[in-house]
Design a protein around this ligand. Structure first.
Ligand code: DGT
Ligand code: CA
Length: 569
């Protein structure tokens, strides 16, 4: 059983318990355990000493035992029984934005609704709004939520596919016939969602590579097996296409299969203007191949500099290349710290010290601890008194740490009446204040925009976190006038966050580009709830690159002393 499969079962258990109205601590324990397992860089099944499972952060003895049962027998009795209970089928509803566990239970108890189709029909017929506590607005939200889920069904988040496709690439790379290999398609362009993973390899023995590929342990189903292209569906449920080309075509094929299609069409037509034929095998003048081994050669054949994959969307990158005006995109190694992480003081899984150590190990100079505020009850949001204690604890840890600084911060909730969830007198004591909307997503656009601008205008606020509130494939952004938000940031020298949490990526690439045009700084933060989540920074950086962001646009490329000066505390 893979980590992924185990994590999925634990989440499912937490969902069933949630609908049953179980104790929140018990529910949270399953969620935390699943997060831990999803973040591991090795498979639990490969552990020699299974007793180590109980020692992982966030995994207690009871759940550890259940995991061992899963690993040993491939089954969990407790889970099998739980699945037979009355409310178990309702967990499908939780994928729908606007449907919490209480609503799920309500529609079942009152109307006997058990499937998404039944729910959709009931919403369309206006039968939900009559239920106590639902109403017209919630009904519309649920309907929109269902459409959203159905629309995204075929695409998965980048951060889910990326590491799994990378694992497969590493396996294929081991075949001795393989010379070069890379992730291509939307994965290489780092789009926020991926339909299928494309891998490209070069070899003189394509058929042997095909044979080995379809027999990988990750393979669940072979969709197609050809001489130079095969497709599998992995046990994690997504499709991987592997193409093999001869080494002299690797550059041309890399370019072709990276796409996007729109970019490729433009490149091919620029070639045609010069009497060149550009395809996946190379660049041809009459019948003669004049380039194809590297991607640089392809661009050079039409007098263009190399265009980074993240820009290849035909969104002005070709014109920029022609005018020698391509941006120098931000790179991962330029990130000097993470300015939004959680700890076990609220809903995180690691201590302040563990988070700091993990950040230091990444070569960072600083980290900002931004646990939740009181309004976020379910996340264990800090009271004013606990925040005061946390500031003192951070002071103590900072005296111990050398060459690294922990900043005292908060992710303060912007209440629906636009008040912040902490008094200014405590916000003043912090090194950094991140403010965010977590409730009342359905406010009208004007109200929501005002609500956030009010926070931007508070002199103690530095950053607006996940500015649109979207959850990819799950929740549309709330209604907000981003131009007005950005103008307010500009006027008040405030920063917008690009939250790299896999289902957020909020700001999106498009908003990043707009922010840059308006001259607003962004900060790329992970919102990590565990030390290993710091790794997600790479998806944030990738999204920023897709938004044409350069290092000087990003707050956390500053050194510690520059950052402290910017914050001006
Ligand atoms: P996805 O899979 O929807 O997340 O997005 P992509 O970009 O990976 O699309 P996919 O898998 O259909 O194709 C991979 C790449 O192959 C694509 O980015 C560009 C190239 N490609 C596919 N079909 C065509 C085509 O008809 N013309 C050209 N020029 N390129 C194509
Ligand atoms: Ca693809």
């Amino acid at each position: 059983m893979t980590n992924q499969e185990i994590a999925r079962i634990l989440v499912h258990i937490s969902e069933i318990l949630n609908i049953q109205g179980e104790n929140p601590f018990k529910i949270r324990a399953y969620i935390k355990a699943s997060q831990t397992i999803e973040g591991l860089t090795y498979e639990l099944s490969s552990l020699e000493d299974k007793n180590k499972i109980a020692k992982l952060p966030g995994i207690g003895g009871g759940i550890a035992k259940k995991i061992m049962e899963l690993l040993e027998t491939g089954e969990l009795k407790y889970y099998e029984e739980l699945k037979k209970t009355e409310y178990a089928p309702l967990t499908e509803f939780l994928k729908i934005s606007g449907m919490g566990p209480k609503h799920a239970k309500l529609v079942y108890d009152k109307l006997g609704i058990k499937t998404v189709e039944e729910l959709k029909k009931a919403a369309e017929e206006g039968r939900l709004k009559a239920l106590h506590g639902l109403g017209e607005k919630v009904e519309q939200n649920i309907l929109r939520g269902i459409q959203q889920v159905q629309k995204y069904k075929e695409r998965l988040p980048l951060a889910f596919i990326y590491p799994r496709a990378q694992n497969i690439l590493e396996e294929v790379k081991k075949f001795k016939e393989v010379k070069q290999i890379l992730l291509a398609g939307s994965l290489r362009r780092m789009r926020e969602t991926i339909a299928d993973a494309d891998i490209l390899a070069s070899s003189d023995h394509a058929e042997k590579v095909m044979e080995a590929f379809v027999n990988l342990p990750q393979t669940d189903k072979v969709v197609a097996k050809g001489k130079t292209k095969s497709s599998i569906v992995t046990r994690d449920g997504f499709q991987v296409d592997l193409r093999v080309v001869p080494p002299e075509s690797f550059g041309a094929a890399s370019h072709y299969f990276t796409g996007s299609k729109a970019h490729n069409i433009r490149i091919r037509s620029l070639g045609a203007d010069k009497g060149l034929k550009i395809n996946e095998y190379g660049v041809f003048k009459k019948e003669k191949r004049i380039a194809g081994k590297t991607e640089e050669e392809i661009f050079k054949s039409i007098n263009l500099p190399y265009i980074p994959p993240e820009l290849r969307e035909d969104q002005g990158e070709i014109e920029a290349a022609q005018n020698r005006k391509l941006p120098s995109l931000i790179e991962l190694k330029e990130i000097k710290g993470d300015l939004h992480v959680h700890t076990d003081w609220s809903d995180g899984n690691n201590s302040i010290e563990e988070m700091a150590q993990a950040a230091k190990n990444r070569g960072y100079q600083y980290i900002a601890i931004c646990d939740h505020s009181p309004a976020m009850g379910i996340t264990g949001g800090l009271t004013q008194e606990r925040l005061q204690k946390q500031i003192e604890e951070i002071g103590r840890l900072n005296r111990k740490l050398k060459g690294f600084k922990i900043l005292s911060g908060t992710e303060v909730d912007i209440r629906s009446n636009s008040q912040l969830d902490f008094e200014d007198e405590i916000l003043e004591k912090l090194d950094l204040v991140v403010a965010a909307v977590h409730t009342k997503f359905g406010q009208p656009k004007e109200e929501m925009t005002k609500r956030i601008i009010k926070a931007i205008e508070n002199p103690n606020v530095d950053i607006i976190a996940h500015p649109t509130g979207r959850l990819i494939g799950k929740r549309e952004p709330y209604q907000v006038d981003m131009d007005k938000i950005m103008d307010a940031c500009k006027a008040n020298a405030k920063v917008l966050e690009l939250n790299a949490y896999p289902e957020r990526l909020d700001l999106s690439d498009i908003h990043c580009r707009r922010a840059k045009e308006k001259g607003i700084k962004i900060v790329i933060s992970t919102d990590a709830h565990m030390d290993i989540h710091l790794e997600w920074i790479k998806f944030g950086v990738a999204t920023a690159r897709r938004g044409w962001i350069e290092p000087q646009d990003v707050l956390n490329t500053l050194t510690l002393s520059q950052l402290l000066k910017f914050l001006g505390r």
